[in-house]
Design a protein around this ligand. Structure first.
Ligand code: ADP
Ligand code: RBF
Ligand code: MG
Length: 381
């Protein structure tokens, strides 16, 4: 993290979007829609994701009523779905890096605003469950407090005005295309953190596209640098995952010469939705064989252009056989880098071997080694 970074335009405040940027709202929206669509005899198929990201609630509802040809008006749909959402606010998790970013900027006394297309009351309900968030923002604006929501620049211009800072000195962080459009139209610097994968071509107007908040480098805009990276790794709250090892494509072992054990993406969909694609590391407990250092890829493996997000841990130990069907437990304790597309196999292989080195070294630090004895890694057969 000590490499000199190309400096972008200097800013003096940050304006954040809420849904999809700080909060993992997607899973909740999906679950509520699934339940409601079943009631109408329809099946959720994910096609609305593209259509609703960054819209106002009314636009969102209208898009779904139309897309699924529901026998109700947009207003009736809203009346039905609103209480279902209201019951879910407490279940919305912060996206990885959100708490870290808010604490960091607020700790340095940087003026911050929250500007979301959702109504002010919903914003308040959602952030209520996240300690320290409300107090960190000197300005909070909802979509119902301006004439036009994003992609109109109005909400961001109003935020700048209330912060008493020139629009050109504001950095907007946004996950949606309408949000990025709004930020650029407001004359602001914009970092895009797309919440839908493989869509970076739609974000070309952004000043930078990052994979997740974990990859944000505030120093590029003259803001204080994060100080929490340790020997090329970013410590994370530990998260757990497990299941039997399932047979993969064999590409890793055959093409890369690097075996990766696959666990079911379906059965671990919550874990997958909570982790942006990237390279992580931690400890792996395998049946009653033992606990091993582990470096893992989470994502779409752009080199192979997968259509499904996968979880592929490489156990840093020499095994002389496959262990399909055996129970694998993982604790993920840190992050190394975003997933990348490589121009050739050699570069990909070299990078993965470097990830291994970084993980092996880091896992000896007390900060990470303490998780080795976690009882959750040991399976009782
Ligand atoms: P790919 O490497 O493309 O994922 P497979 O999933 O078919 O290919 O093969 C990987 C298999 O190799 C795992 O399922 C596991 O049983 C075995 N294996 C052997 N050594 C290791 C290791 N060090 N880490 C992970 N899996 C390993
Ligand atoms: N594949 C990619 O296309 N991009 C990556 O950045 C990437 N990083 C990886 C990091 C690690 C630690 C491991 C084990 C694999 C990585 N892969 C990556 C390869 C990918 O996960 C998978 O093994 C192959 O696609 C074979 O199925
Ligand atoms: Mg595999």
């Amino acid at each position: 993290m000590s490499m000199a970074q190309p400096l972008k335009k200097l800013v003096s405040c940050v304006i954040l979007d809420l849904d999809g940027t700080l909060l993992n709202t997607d899973g909740i929206i999906t679950n509520v829609l699934k339940v409601l669509l079943v009631k109408y005899g329809k099946q959720w198929d994910g096609r609305e994701a593209q259509k609703i990201v960054g819209k106002t609630p009314v636009e969102e509802a209208a898009a779904i009523v139309e897309e699924y040809q529901l026998p109700c008006t947009t207003d009736e749909f809203i009346a039905e779905i609103t209480p279902m959402f209201n019951n879910q606010w407490c279940n919305i998790k912060a996206l990885p890096g959100a708490n870290r970013l808010i604490k960091h900027l607020n700790g340095h006394g940087l003026p911050m605003a929250l500007a979301s297309n959702s109504p002010r009351a919903s914003i308040e309900s959602k952030i209520f469950y996240h300690q320290g968030w409300k107090e960190s923002f000197s300005v909070i604006i909802g979509g119902d407090e301006v004439k036009m929501g994003k992609p109109s620049p109005e909400i961001f211009l109003e935020a700048a005005k209330r912060l008493n800072i020139e629009p050109s000195s504001c950095l907007v962080i946004e996950d949606s295309v309408p949000g990025v459009t709004a930020g650029k139209a407001a004359g602001m610097e914009v970092v895009a953190v797309p919440s839908i994968p493989k869509q970076s071509h739609l974000y070309t107007s952004a000043d930078e596209i990052i994979n997740s908040l974990l990859d944000l480098q505030p120093e590029k805009w003259g803001l204080p640098q994060f100080q929490d990276w340790v020997e090329g790794t970013l410590p994370l709250e530990p998260s757990y995952i497990g299941g039997p090892v399932i047979k993969g494509f064999g590409r890793g072992s055959k093409v890369l010469g690097i075996p990766t054990a696959n666990v079911s993406a379906e059965e671990n969909s919550d874990f997958l939705s909570e982790h942006p694609s990237g390279v992580y590391f931690g400890w792996a407990g395998l049946s009653n064989r033992g606990v091993y250092k582990m470096v893992m890829s989470i994502g779409w493996n752009p080199y192979f252009n997968n259509t499904e997000k996968t979880i592929e841990p490489w156990l840093l130990h020499e095994f002389h056989e496959d262990f399909y069907g055996e129970e694998l437990r993982l604790v993920v304790v840190g992050y190394i880098r975003p997933e990348a597309n490589f121009p050739c196999l050699e570069r990909l292989v070299a990078k993965i071997h470097n990830d291994k080195k970084v993980a092996e070294r880091a896992l000896d630090l007390p900060l990470y080694s303490k998780y080795k004895d976690d009882p959750l890694l040991k399976t009782t057969l």
